[in-house]
Write a protein of this length. Structure first.
Length: 116
C-alpha cells in the first residue's frame, strides 16, 4: 500500500502563487508516475501535471507555462508550483500515483480557491 498526503492549498488572489506538496509513504518515484489532478464539483477529475520515473513531464494546456511539477526523492515529496493563478484554477487538487498508466493511489485532496 501507498499513502499520499497533500498539503499547501488555500485561498489566494488572482495572479498569486501557491505550492502544493504531496508526501508519499514509500520510495516509489523510480517505478510510479506521479501526477496532480484537480476536480470541480459536478465535473470529472482532470489531469493537471505528471512526472514519469524518467523525469519526463506532461501538463494540461490550461496550465502550461504557469505550473511546474517536481519531486524530491530524499523527501519522498512531489510538488506543484502554481503561479499566475486564475479563478478557473479553483478546484480540489489530488495527488496520484500511477503504474503502467493506471492511477492506483490517491491522496485525500487539498482545496485551492482563487478569488479576490
Amino acid at each position: 500500500q501507498v499513502q499520499l498526503v497533500e498539503s499547501g492549498g488555500g485561498l489566494v488572489q488572482p495572479g498569486g502563487s501557491l505550492t502544493l506538496s504531496c508526501v508519499v509513504s514509500r520510495s516509489i518515484f523510480t517505478i510510479y508516475t506521479m501526477g496532480w489532478y484537480r476536480q470541480v464539483t459536478g465535473k470529472e477529475r482532470e489531469l493537471v501535471a505528471e512526472i514519469t520515473p524518467g523525469s519526463s513531464t506532461n501538463y494540461a494546456d490550461s496550465v502550461k507555462g504557469r505550473f511546474t511539477i517536481s519531486r524530491d526523492s530524499a523527501k519522498k515529496t512531489v510538488y506543484l508550483q502554481m503561479n499566475s493563478l486564475k479563478p478557473e484554477d479553483t478546484a480540489v487538487y489530488y495527488c496520484g500515483a500511477a503504474l503502467r498508466g493506471v492511477y492506483n493511489y490517491w491522496g485525500q485532496g487539498t482545496q485551492v480557491t482563487v478569488s479576490s
